[in-house]
Design a protein around this ligand. Structure first.
Ligand SMILES: Cc1cc2nc3c(=O)[nH]c(=O)nc-3n(C[C@H](O)[C@H](O)[C@H](O)COP(=O)(O)OP(=O)(O)OC[C@H]3O[C@@H](n4cnc5c(N)ncnc54)[C@H](O)[C@@H]3O)c2cc1C
Length: 251
């Protein structure tokens, strides 16, 4: 259980950032994950008053505010038609509708959880994050960065006509994924992102020929959901299926 002393709903991102510099304080998105943690929090910093809960479609990109819920991603027509339903597919298995109406994309990305469907899908696209202090950083770089006390303001997904597909394997429909796989293709270059290895998602790029043994270029671990050998086998199958699905769409 967590015990919270104060609750603040800042009026500016600057105020949220300043409050967040104190180690005892904690930013919250939907609080779905934070509320399951243990310990004492000085001040809980609620970002919900900052208007960062919109998905804005521009000519060259989508700007997804950190407080957008997973349900907004799942249902957004523009996002889903630009990326062939990837956002619906990577969210619809997460717990249930009520949960997805609370959990935010900011919490999902900033958390950099190993099991994250969202991170896996976003990594296969041309995605950057906008951090209040550090500015815009490619998602692949952000995933590897040391966790700091910045504020994630928005996620930027470029509309580069990349085609994408998302698959995950789960023991039961709303469980955490045993393995998550997103593949995109642009100008015959494939980008493969594998998550829930169970380590956090990472991605590689190459031609179709180079992607034949793509699954060997990731490392895998074992936990209660599956062994490293099983995950490697799943990766081989899901990557092949994803590339075939993209090619079938061409045909
Ligand atoms: C029971 C359960 C099952 C789940 N199953 C899945 C699953 O199958 N697949 C999947 O992908 N995910 C799953 N999740 C994760 C979930 O989808 C969310 O990613 C998670 O709840 C975090 O989102 P949140 O809005 O609740 O963030 P919070 O819990 O509010 O925050 C998470 C972390 O991010 C920080 N944070 C939040 N917003 C910001 C911001 N804007 N800037 C800086 N830091 C920020 C917080 O300080 C905290 O450290 C599951 C979670 C739970 C609790």
């Amino acid at each position: 259980m967590i015990t919270v002393r104060n609750y603040v709903k800042p009026a500016t991102v600057e105020e949220a950032y300043e409050l967040n510099q104190k180690r005892a304080n904690r930013v919250i998105g939907g609080m779905m994950w934070v509320r399951m943690s243990k310990g004492n929090v000085g001040t809980l910093i609620d970002l919900s008053g900052l208007g960062m809960d919109k998905i804005v479609e521009e000519e060259e990109q989508f700007r997804i505010g950190c407080m957008c819920t997973l349900r907004q991603l799942e249902q957004h027509e523009g996002l889903n038609s630009a990326f062939a339903g990837v956002f619906e597919e990577c969210t619809r298995h997460i717990v249930g509708v009520q949960f997805r109406n609370g959990a935010t994309v900011g919490g999902s990305v900033f958390g950099r959880f190993g099991f994250s469907d969202i991170l896996t899908a976003l990594l296969a696209l041309d995605t950057s994050v906008k951090l209040y202090k550090r500015g815009i950083v490619p998602l692949a770089e952000f995933v590897e960065m040391e966790r700091d006390r910045d504020i994630l303001e928005e996620i930027i997904v470029r509309k580069d006509k990349r085609r994408a597909v998302y698959f995950s394997e789960r023991m039961s429909s709303t469980d955490f994924p045993i393995l998550a796989c997103a593949v995109s293709e642009k100008d015959r270059v494939y980008r493969v992102s594998i998550g829930a290895r169970p380590m956090r998602a990472s991605c590689i790029e190459g031609t179709e020929e180079e992607m034949k043994d793509a699954y060997r270029r990731f490392s895998y671990g074992s936990n209660m959901r599956g062994s490293s050998e099983y995950r490697e086998h799943l990766a081989e199958v899901l990557i092949r299926r994803a590339i075939n699905a993209l090619k079938e769409r061409d045909a």
